[in-house]
Write a protein that binds this ligand. Sequence first.
Ligand code: CAO
Length: 262
Amino acid sequence: EQFVPNKSKSTPVSRVAEQSPAIVRPVLGKDRTEPIKGITKTMVKVMSEALTIPHFGYYDEVDLSNLVQLRKEMKYVAEKRGIKLSYMPIFIKAASMALTDFPVLNSSLDSKCQHITYKASHNIGLAMDTPEGLTVPNVKNVQSLSVLEIAGELNRLQSLGNAGKLGSSDLSNGTFSLSNIGTIGGTYARPIIHPPQVAIGALGKIQVLPRYDYHGNLIKAHIMNVSWSADHRVIDGATMARFSNKWKELLENPSKMILDLK
Ligand code: CAO
């Protein structure tokens, strides 16, 4: 029997419980049961299917200090052309450039796991938080689009998403996904692969944090964490890490990215 400490003598817990009546508060609301429909219904189906995928997680941090500066300038130029430029089009373009070197991450696996198809197009899906819930439209053929063209597409998809008007062509045939949860908050996430795709990245909030530069000086750096999930049946950890390194290198050194832009 447990004892509650008391100044003079100890009282057994069981006796204390017997003496005090249970507090019963009135229930103010009523339970509500609703049918699962719309975007939530799709989410149930896709996520249940995703549960069959053995997810491998890989995490890193990216120093976006150079990119933050460059985006300020590009944002102003884009605005003059009527386009809102966030970081997302740049993250998407860098992902496409890295996918060119690691095409297995832009592949799909058939349901019986007998064939893998390397997709020619980089149709990069982005998790979008809309008034109706989570939806994942994709920007088609990112490999042939400029950053500004991707931004224009993203603006279009966001307007449609906010109006609940995304059509099946924008929602189907994605080949790889990014989820920028950092626009809402958080540093790490564990993203769930959108089958039949084989990889997805979740991006955390960009934070100003202390870091050491190349010369050992303490500096203010703009740091963002990335959390990748990959289908471990077809992607090994080393491939995921090399892909992530390439993506990170492009974002940390935008000049390298510009040199390779097609
Ligand atoms: N950290 C900090 N700020 C960020 C950021 C990050 N990781 N990513 C973008 N931002 C900034 C943008 O640059 C923009 O600032 P400016 O006005 O200065 O340009 C601001 O946050 C708002 O961005 P946005 O949301 O309008 O546009 P976006 O292109 O960055 O993101 C979208 C678009 C669709 C990805 C985003 O709106 C969204 O829905 N995010 C949530 C995704 C989600 O729910 N994921 C979970 C999926 S699992 O359930």
